[in-house]
Design a protein around this ligand. Structure first.
Ligand code: SF4
Ligand code: SF4
Length: 497
């Protein structure tokens, strides 16, 4: 794959790069247009009184999120986080060190919100809020995928992702939003999914998939839409409806429900599990996107809500839904609300309701990429570490050949794919390719050692990101695969059980 930038070299021993000042100062995503901004209630362009409004917003956020105030005050510059960010490791830009990213806001915070910064700014590294500072925020708060890896290694638990979210929210509130995320959120408000896919197109796509499955395995597996007799509402990222390899995951979920005899449905009203309101740090948008799911569940009269393979969607569902759109007292109390599709499949396996022919996946040696928002922003199943155990259990149930990557690159320490947090846009290709380096490095090791052929994931963004960036590292885009594709391909269907 040809690139207009230098692709990092994958070495056998991961190293911390020498810093290159300003290496990624040019990287910035397209700014939201006026209609993208107004759809979300933000100013259409940079407001005249941006300085005062930005500081007022910062004051509001410091009051609203106690954690933000604590994070601003508590960094001791120990340096433990400096080499933990994939964007620093891939770009060498010192401003991509988590502590430096935090300091972009901390310097302004000190200037306006601390005694020392107000009267002796030079003593505490405090700076005025200027247009240049805003520009730098825009650039570097869009070089953080809010993956939270750095917070795992910080002795104070400082979460740079929260600071990034606050930075983005302040920027949007003065008229400098990000086009990619805001445009997508606007589509969900209007149509119900990130792609702007209307109901008839969805219905056609699902019918095509049913025909494809019938041709493939000669079983009438249904992918129902707006079925009022369903027990389960499946809410999944809209990429599952057509993108590769996502769609094979959707086929896998359908096969599981079919084989377990569970009446289920998708909804044209809640046709998106993703919630980019999280990425821009805006509670109102996050609530409005999530509300469609409660509305659909009530209208269809379902007893369970299951969430498909999407990392940040699961974080929003697991960690925020109850506050945003709960209570879920209308659902069946015998099931978690919400429940992850991996957890639903895992429970069926434990109950002996599914059988597998693992040999169907014998052409593959599989490894697993833990997605950040699942690994560090949620849990799964009724056990500590379930978010790590359950997806691996599904892979082991459906494959004979599975190996994990290097320990410090998986589970809590997993590396971001490089495209999370609202950065999965072509205007950030250089950042995405470079940010994928640590994961590609760990993948490369298991390819050399164990001849790994596929990397499974349970996140729509990870799947799209790796499909795009793996070829830059001379790896096939089809290496990345849905966990439920493995499940679906090995599942013994019909009465053969
Ligand atoms: S949250 Fe992730 S992307 Fe952001 S600074 Fe920390 S490690 Fe880097
Ligand atoms: S690890 Fe935590 S305390 Fe240490 S420099 Fe990084 S953010 Fe500051």
């Amino acid at each position: 794959m040809k690139a207009e930038f230098t692709i990092p070299v994958v070495t056998n021993i991961p190293t911390t790069p020498s810093v290159v000042d300003g290496a990624m100062a040019h990287s910035r995503p397209f700014v939201a247009k006026s209609d993208h901004q107004s759809a979300l209630g933000f100013p259409e362009e940079l407001v005249e009184d941006w300085h005062d409004r930005a500081l007022a917003k910062m004051k509001e956020l410091l009051g609203k999120y106690r954690s933000l105030q604590v994070f601003m005050d508590s960094c001791v510059k120990c340096g433990a986080c400096t080499d933990k960010c994939h964007y620093f490791l891939g770009t060498s830009d010192p401003k991509n060190m988590p502590v430096a990213r935090q300091d972009l806001m901390r310097k302004v915070y000190r200037r306006y919100f601390t005694f020392a910064g107000k009267y002796f700014p030079w003593l505490v590294g405090a700076v005025d809020l200027t247009r240049e500072v805003l520009e730098e925020w825009y650039s570097y708060y869009h070089q953080c995928s809010e993956c939270r890896r750095c917070s795992v290694y910080c002795p104070y638990g400082i979460d740079t992702a929260e600071i990034t979210m606050a930075g983005r929210e302040i920027l949007a509130s003065v008229g400098i939003g990000q086009k990619y995320s805001n445009e997508i959120i606007g589509k969900v408000f209007k149509i119900g999914n990130n792609l702007g896919l209307p109901q008839p197109a969805m219905a056609d796509t699902l019918l095509d998939l049913e025909e494809e499955i019938k041709e493939d395995i000669d079983v009438d597996v249904r992918l129902p839409l707006d079925n009022a007799d369903a027990e389960v509402l499946l809410v999944t990222p809209s990429a599952d409806f057509f993108a590769e390899p996502h769609v094979d995951g959707l086929i896998g979920y359908a096969k599981v429900f079919h084989q377990a005899g569970i009446p289920w449905t998708l909804s044209s009203h809640a046709s998106e599990a993703a919630n980019f309101g999280l990425f821009i740090g805006n509670d109102e948008s996050m609530q409005k996107v999530a509300a469609r799911i409660r509305e659909a569940a009530l209208e269809l009269g379902v007893r369970r809500i299951v969430v498909g393979e999407c990392g940040h969607a699961w974080r929003v569902a697991y960690s925020y839904w109850n506050t945003l759109i709960g209570p879920f007292d209308f659902l069946d109390p015998n099931y978690p609300a919400p429940q992850h599709i991996c957890e639903a499949t895992y429970d069926l396996i434990q109950a002996g309701a599914l059988k597998f022919d693992k040999e169907q996946n014998d052409d593959k040696v599989v490894t697993f990429h833990d997605s950040c928002n699942v690994a560090r922003g949620s849990r799964m199943g009724n056990m500590p570490g379930g978010q790590f155990i359950i997806p691996r259990a599904l892979i082991r149930a459906s494959c004979n050949h599975f190996v994990d990557m290097r320990e410090d690159s998986i589970r809590e320490g997993t590396y971001c794919c490089g495209g999370g947090g609202g950065l999965l846009t072509d205007d950030l290709t250089e950042l995405r390719v470079k940010g994928a380096l640590p994961r590609v490095q760990a993948l490369h090791e298991v390819i050399e050692q164990y001849q790994v052929t596929h990397m499974a994931a349970i996140c729509a963004i990870c799947k799209s990101q790796f499909t795009k960036v793996l070829p830059f590292y001379s790896l096939g885009m089809d290496m990345i695969i849905s966990v439920h594709q493995l499940v679906g391909d090995a599942l013994v269907m019909g009465s053969e059980q």
